[in-house]
Ligand binder design. Structure first.
Ligand SMILES: [Zn+2]
Length: 232
């Protein structure tokens, strides 16, 4: 359905179906027999509403009327295709897209590092969650603070060097996943395929793995990386 967009300050005020719209020879836009008006001043608005109510078109000032494009009353009016190409719409779309990309970028670097179990009956351990691309010193300081502040922490006294090992492992694992995500998808296998011995052994290898696990995926990924180097 073709629509007329009416926009003020880059914000869509309303959309009207083209079937209801008439554009008079003087360019003014009318919807269902009523002129499309733009008034921001409250007194003007009251006068315009009163005039429209009794269809006293002669009392309407020319600058209140709306025509296609930019109007002195501050409104912009145009058809869908014109609005799609309008700089305000293009900028708004780009801002939304940038927001989505920014959120994805934030989520992409979020990692959880398990630090310690906690006392009897409490199964939620102490873990650091955050941006794994941040400097080690900052992450270590935050991990120390979590260990010190947690109640009933089983291993509260961990050296910075011990924490650095945890952080390094977490970052390496994260990096492997990042690299894996960049690889093209590998072909899927049919029934009887075993991810353990990587043939259609149907269980003959004694360690049948019909479903791929993270361990298999990591190995396959490493193999494919090796292939890249061999083929070089
Ligand atoms: Zn097998």
């Amino acid at each position: 359905m073709k629509l007329l967009y009416v926009v003020r300050d880059g914000e869509v005020r309303f959309r009207l179906p083209a079937s209801n719209i008439e554009i008079k020879p003087d360019g003014t836009i009318w919807a269902a027999g009523i002129p499309l008006l733009g008034c921001t001043d409250p007194a003007d608005k009251a006068a315009a509403v009163a005039a429209v109510r009794c269809r006293a078109w002669a009392e309407l000032r020319d600058e209140w009327y709306t025509r296609l494009g930019d109007n002195p009353n501050g409104l912009w009016a145009g058809w869908d295709a014109d609005w799609d190409a309008h700089p305000a719409k293009v900028a708004a779309d780009a801002a939304v897209l940038a927001g989505v990309e920014a959120r994805k970028a934030v989520e992409r670097v979020q990692v959880e590092i398990y630090l310690s179990s906690r006392g009897w009956g409490d199964y939620s351990g102490v873990a650091w969650r955050g941006d794994i691309t941040r400097p080690d010193t900052e992450i270590i300081a935050e991990c120390q603070a979590l260990l010190a502040a947690g109640t009933d922490v089983d291993t509260p006294n961990q050296s910075d060097a011990q924490l650095l090992v945890r952080i390094s492992i977490a970052r390496a694992t994260w990096q492997v996943r990042q690299d894996a995500a960049k690889l093209p998808p590998r072909p899927r296998h049919g029934p009887g395929y075993c991810y353990n011995c990587e043939t259609y052994c149907d269980g003959d290898c004694g360690d049948f793995a019909p479903v791929e696990t993270a361990r298999h995926a990591m190995r396959a990924m490493r193999d494919s990386l090796d292939d890249d180097f061999v083929g070089d």
